[in-house]
Ligand binder design. Structure first.
Ligand code: IPM
Ligand code: MG
Length: 406
C-alpha cells in the first residue's frame, strides 16, 4: 500500500556473490535501495517480463510464490509487468521497447519468462524476439550468467543417463553473457568479390571481460566444492588463447580453488561421460549457451533449470533456461519449477533475501516429495499434474512451512 510507505530508505544487503563482484570492480557501484513500510516490511520493485509462449503461465505462478515466500520473511513486492519479445513486437513493433528497458533498470530485479515463437521466426533479425533478449542483457550489463544443473534425488529417473552417472550431479555453469561472438563486430552478411554471399561474425574478448567473469567463477567455485574448469578452444581460437592466459594468471589470487582447463569439444563429451567430475565451469558466451543446454539434460528436463544474470551494479535478470515452448503454450502443460527456482535465485543473488529463497527451494522439493510431476519429469508411479496444479502444490508447500514454524 503506497500510502503506508514511509520515506526511510535502507540499502539492500548485497549477497556474497554480489559483494565479490563489486569488490573487484573499478567502477563505483550504485547502491540499490528498498523502501520500508510502517509495518517494518521491506519492499522491492520487481519488473516481470512474461514474454511469449509458456512465459505468461509460468510467470504468473512464480509471482504468487514470490509473494507468499516474501510475506513469511517480512518482504513485500511491487510488480510491474512489461512487454518483451514477440509480445512487444505485436504490441509496439519492437522486441524491447524503451519503456521496458527503463522499468527494468529502475527496478530491484527482473524476472523473465521466455521469448520467441513460430509467428516471429521469419522476421528480420532486428525484429526477432531473441534480439530483444540480447538487447536486454546488454542494457542491464548482466555479464555473469549462473546456470546451475543439479540432479535432484527425486528426479534421477527422469535423466536419460544411467542412474549411476546422473545421481549426485551438482554443477554450475558460469557463462559470459554480454560479449564474445554474440556481440562482436564486424558481423553481417555481404557479397564477396566473387559475387557470393558470406555470413561472418567475430569472437572477441577484451582482457577485462575475461577477468571479471573469471573472478565471478573463482568466487562461485570457492563457495562450492573449490573446483573450477575453464572451457575454451585455445588450440584453434586466439580469443580462447587470451582467455586461458588470463584465467590462469588470476588463479594465483585463488589458491584455494583448483583450476583446470578443457577444450570445449572434450567438455561436451565429458559432460555426458562423467558429469560428476565437474563442480564449476566457466566459459564464453556461445560455449556456455551450448554446454548449459547439454548440462540441463543430465538433470532430466530443461524445465527444471533456473538462471541468474548479474551485473556489477544494477538489477539482475532472472529467467528459466528453457524457451517459450510454443508447442505446449496455453495448454497448462508447462513445468513452472524452473521459473519458480529462478524466483528463488532472484531472492538470493539479486536481493540477498536468502531465507525467503530457501523457503521457495524447500517448497519445490516438498511438492516433488509428494510425487507431483509435470509431463516433462513424469515417471511411473508419480502424479501427473499441469502447470497450475504444480504451482498450487508449491504454494501449499510454502504455506505448510508457516504451520511447521509455529
Ligand atoms: C539462452 C538462449 C538465448 C541465447 C537465445 C534465446 C538468444 O538460448 O538463454 O540460452 O542464445 O543466449
Ligand atoms: Mg540457450
Amino acid at each position: 500500500m503506497a500510502a503506508a510507505l514511509q520515506t526511510n530508505i535502507r540499502p539492500v544487503k548485497f549477497p556474497a556473490t554480489f559483494r565479490a563482484l563489486t569488490k573487484q570492480s573499478p567502477a563505483p557501484f550504485r547502491v540499490r535501495c528498498c523502501a520500508v513500510n510502517s509495518a517494518g516490511k521491506k519492499r522491492y520493485n520487481i519488473t516481470l517480463l512474461p514474454g511469449d509462449g509458456i512465459g505468461p503461465e509460468v510467470i504468473s505462478i512464480a509471482k504468487k510464490v514470490l509473494q507468499q515466500a516474501g510475506s513469511l520473511e517480512g518482504v513485500e513486492f511491487s510488480f510491474r509487468e512489461m512487454p518483451v519479445g514477440g509480445a512487444a513486437l505485436d504490441l509496439v513493433g519492437v522486441p524491447l521497447p524503451e519503456e521496458t528497458i527503463s522499468a527494468a533498470k529502475d527496478s530491484d530485479a527482473v524476472l523473465l519468462g521466455a521469448i520467441g515463437g513460430y509467428k516471429w521466426d521469419k522476421n528480420e533479425k532486428h525484429l526477432k524476439p531473441e534480439t530483444g533478449l540480447l538487447q536486454l542483457r546488454a542494457a542491464l550489463k548482466v555479464f555473469a550468467n549462473l546456470r546451475p544443473a543439479t540432479v535432484l534425488p527425486q528426479l534421477v529417473d527422469a535423466s536419460t543417463l544411467k542412474r549411476e552417472v546422473a545421481e549426485g550431479v551438482d554443477l554450475m555453469v558460469v557463462r559470459e553473457l554480454t560479449g564474445g561472438i554474440y556481440f562482436g563486430v564486424p558481423r553481417g552478411i555481404k557479397t564477396n568479390e566473387n559475387g557470393e554471399e558470406v555470413g561472418f561474425n567475430t569472437e572477441v574478448y577484451a582482457a577485462h571481460e575475461i577477468d571479471r567473469i573469471a573472478r565471478v567463477a573463482f568466487e562461485t567455485a570457492r563457495k562450492r566444492r573449490g573446483k573450477l574448469c575453464s572451457v575454451d578452444k585455445a588450440n584453434v581460437l586466439e580469443a580462447s588463447i587470451l582467455w586461458r592466459r588470463r584465467v590462469t594468471a588470476l588463479a594465483a589470487e585463488y589458491p584455494d580453488v583448483e583450476l583446470s582447463h578443457m577444450y570445449v569439444d572434450n567438455a561436451a563429451m565429458q559432460l555426458v561421460r562423467d558429469p560428476k567430475q565437474f563442480d564449476t565451469i566457466v566459459t564464453n558466451n556461445i560455449f556456455g549457451d551450448i554446454l548449459s543446454d547439454e548440462a540441463s539434460m543430465i538433470t532430466g528436463s530443461i524445465g527444471m533449470l533456473p538462471s541468474a544474470s548479474l551485473s556489477d551494479s544494477g538489477p539482475g535478470l532472472f529467467e528459466p533456461i528453457h524457451g517459450s515452448a510454443p508447442d505446449i503454450a496455453g495448454q497448462d502443460k508447462a513445468n513452472p519449477l524452473a521459473t519458480i527456482l529462478s524466483a528463488a535465485m532472484l531472492l538470493k543473488y539479486g536481493l540477498g533475501e536468502e531465507k525467503a529463497a530457501k523457503r521457495i527451494e524447500d517448497a519445490v522439493l516438498g511438492a516433488l516429495n509428494k510425487g507431483f510431476r509435470t509431463g516433462d519429469i513424469y515417471s511411473n508411479g508419480t502424479k501427473l499434474v499441469g502447470c497450475k496444479e504444480m504451482g498450487e502444490e508449491v504454494l501449499k508447500s510454502v504455506d505448510s512451512q508457516v504451520h511447521a514454524s509455529v
